[in-house]
Design a protein around this ligand. Sequence first.
Ligand SMILES: Nc1ncnc2c1ncn2[C@@H]1O[C@H](COP(=O)(O)OP(=O)(O)OP(=O)(O)O)[C@@H](O)[C@H]1O
Ligand SMILES: [Mg+2]
Length: 233
Amino acid sequence: MLELIDITKGYGVEGAHEYVPVLKRLSFKLSAGESVAVLGPSGCGKSTLLNIIGALDKPSNGHVNFMGQDLATLDEPALSHIRNQEIGFVFQMHHLLPHLTVRENLLVPTLAYPDKKRNALLKKRAEELIERIGIPQCIDRRPGELSGGQRQRAAVARALINSPRLLLADEPTGSLDHETALSVMNLLIDLNLAENTALIVVTHAADLARRFEKVYTLCDGKLALGNNPGKNR
Ligand SMILES: Nc1ncnc2c1ncn2[C@@H]1O[C@H](COP(=O)(O)OP(=O)(O)OP(=O)(O)O)[C@@H](O)[C@H]1O
Ligand SMILES: [Mg+2]
């Protein structure tokens, strides 16, 4: 469903003194329904990689093929359709809208499609997801009235509202205690199995990463299978 071919990405003007190279001819394949974890030290380019996969940023070179289409050939409306309907995001910062309740935050991605029947179904799904993620008591509260972990879970639920084919999660358990982190990871894996949602989850926790089908480490601008790429060199 997803293929990255020779992706290169850096920040700044190539060749200039301040240029920061991040991804270097990185290639990667993900099948439908596959779940992978990505490990790597701070600053190695994990968020940059997720932004490129999720069509939020463009590579300097290389191709991203998603569900049979080269993202570089798509115009902005086609890209927003993919971001809204096919891909779910859980950002490193939760990005919940502060003036909306948890329920309303979940339903934001539905606003672009004023289809009454569909929206009624999505309202029901929002309630089910919030129940499933273990924060039913928070459904009508605003993000400011939640703990960090509850916000993180609300952000996971929001990313799942449109039943995406691919969920990208950038340290979804970063601010959680171990037990809550485990329950959020379990929820992601349950959803992966129940709805065949492909998962790419960035985490710093190697023990949580082991719950995924594959573990990659981002190192020197490339993805390597396994959680200790330096070991076999
Ligand atoms: N907009 C930007 N302009 C310039 N440099 C950037 C920009 N965004 C990221 N960088 C740099 O690119 C590198 C990769 O950043 P990125 O956010 O992808 O790292 P990361 O692996 O997600 O780190 P962390 O684990 O701390 O979240 C870092 O050196 C960072 O300073
Ligand atoms: Mg990051």
